[in-house]
Ligand binder design. Structure first.
Ligand SMILES: [Zn+2]
Length: 349
C-alpha cells in the first residue's frame, strides 16, 4: 500500500513525456512543412519574375508594332496628300491650258470692229504711271526669278531671311493689307534689294475684271498704298489669277491701258502649284525642281500670303536645289523679257 502514492506521479510523468514527444514531432513536422513552403514560394517568385519579363517583352514588341503601324499609316497619308496635291495642280494646269486655248475666242463679244481703248485725254487716274525705265540687263547667265504673290503676311520676313541666306533676290507681288506690321515688310522688301511689285487691292476677280476703269480704280489703291508706305514707285504687276483670267476682251483693254501707263506685267513659266491648299511641301519642291530646267526663262510662281506654310517649308530645299544647279536668283525688272499669257494686241481671227 506504501507504493501507491508513486503511481500517480509516474503516470503524470509518462503522460508529460508522451505529450512532449507529440509536440516535438509536430514541431519538427511543422518545420519541415515550413521549409517546403519556403522553397515553393521561392520557385513561385522566380516564375513570377520570368512571367513579368515575358510580359515586358511582349508589350515592348506590341509598342514596336504599333509605332510601325502608325508610321506606315502616316506615310500612306503623306502619299495620299501628295497625290491629291498633284491632281489639283494638274487640274489647275488643264484649266490654264483650256483658257489659253479658248481664251481669245471668248473675246468675240467685240465683233463691232471698233477697237475700244481708254481715252488718255480724259484720264480719271492722272497719277497712275510707272517709274522710268532702268538700264538694260544682260540675260546670258542662268537666272531664275522667284516670285511671291498675295503677301505681305507673317510669312514674308521668314521668306526674306531664307532668301538672304542664299543671297537670292526675288519679286513680291503684293496685295494691300491694313496691318501695320505687314506694312513694314514692304520697306524690308525694297531695302533688301528685292523688287516690290503690285498684285491687287481687292483680289476680287469679279470686281477688277469688270472693266478698265474698275481695274484701274482697284490698282490705284494698292499703288498709292505702296508709294505712301515706301516712297517707291512700282512698275511691275501681276494680274490676280494670271493675265488670262477674266474676259478676253476686257483683258486686252486693261493690258493696253496699263502698258500705256508704263506698267509691265508678268505671268509665270513655272508654277509651284501652291495656289491650292491641298498642295504639300513635297508637291511644291517637285513642281519647281522638275520644271525649272524645262523653260528658257524660269519665272516661278509662289505665294507668301497667310496660310502658305507649305511654301515656306519648301523654300530651303528649292533654294538649295536651284543653287546647286548653278542658278542665280534675280529679281524682275522692266528689262527682263516678260512671260505673258495674253498680249495687248487684239486677235483678228
Ligand atoms: Zn493672287
Amino acid at each position: 500500500m506504501k507504493k501507491k502514492p508513486f503511481i500517480i506521479p509516474s503516470a503524470c510523468a509518462a503522460i508529460l513525456l508522451i505529450a512532449c514527444a507529440i509536440l516535438g514531432y509536430q514541431y519538427a513536422a511543422l518545420g519541415a512543412r515550413y521549409k517546403t513552403l519556403e522553397t515553393e514560394a521561392f520557385h513561385l517568385q522566380e516564375d513570377n519574375s520570368d512571367l513579368n519579363t515575358q510580359l515586358e517583352d511582349t508589350s515592348s514588341k506590341l509598342e514596336d508594332n504599333t509605332s510601325q503601324l502608325e508610321n506606315s499609316a502616316s506615310k500612306l497619308e503623306e502619299q495620299e496628300k501628295y497625290i491629291a496635291g498633284q491632281k489639283d495642280f494638274i487640274s489647275q494646269l488643264s484649266e490654264q491650258i483650256d483658257s489659253l486655248t479658248n481664251g481669245d475666242s471668248s473675246g468675240s463679244d467685240n465683233d463691232d470692229g471698233d477697237y475700244w481703248s481708254y481715252d488718255p485725254d480724259n484720264d480719271s487716274f492722272p497719277n497712275l504711271y510707272a517709274a522710268a525705265d532702268g538700264e538694260k540687263t544682260q540675260n546670258n547667265s542662268k537666272y531664275v526669278y522667284l516670285t511671291f504673290d498675295d503677301g505681305p503676311s507673317s510669312l514674308t520676313p521668314k521668306v526674306l531671311d531664307l532668301l538672304d541666306q542664299y543671297n537670292a533676290k526675288a519679286t513680291f507681288f503684293v496685295v494691300q493689307k491694313n496691318n501695320e506690321e505687314y506694312e513694314e515688310y514692304l520697306s524690308e522688301i525694297v531695302e533688301r534689294g528685292h523688287t516690290l511689285a503690285l498684285h491687287s487691292y481687292s483680289h476680287d476677280y469679279n470686281e477688277i475684271y469688270r472693266s478698265v476703269d474698275a481695274f484701274l480704280a482697284d490698282y490705284e489703291k494698292v499703288y498709292n498704298w505702296v508709294k505712301e508706305k515706301t516712297g517707291y514707285t512700282p512698275s511691275l504687276f501681276r494680274f490676280p489669277g494670271g493675265s488670262n483670267n477674266g474676259s478676253s476682251y476686257v483683258g486686252h483693254q486693261i493690258i493696253k491701258e496699263m502698258e500705256r501707263r508704263g506698267f509691265v506685267y508678268f505671268d509665270w513659266s513655272v508654277s509651284s502649284g501652291d495656289g491650292s491648299n491641298l498642295t504639300t511641301t513635297e508637291n511644291i519642291i517637285d513642281n519647281i525642281c522638275t520644271h525649272v530646267g524645262t523653260v528658257d526663262l524660269p519665272i516661278v510662281l509662289m505665294h507668301d500670303g497667310s496660310g502658305k506654310d507649305a511654301t515656306l517649308a519648301a523654300l530651303p530645299s528649292v533654294l538649295q536645289y536651284l543653287a546647286d544647279e548653278g542658278y542665280e536668283f534675280r529679281s524682275l525688272d522692266k528689262n527682263v523679257e516678260p512671260v505673258q499669257f495674253r498680249s495687248s494686241s487684239s486677235k483678228e481671227s
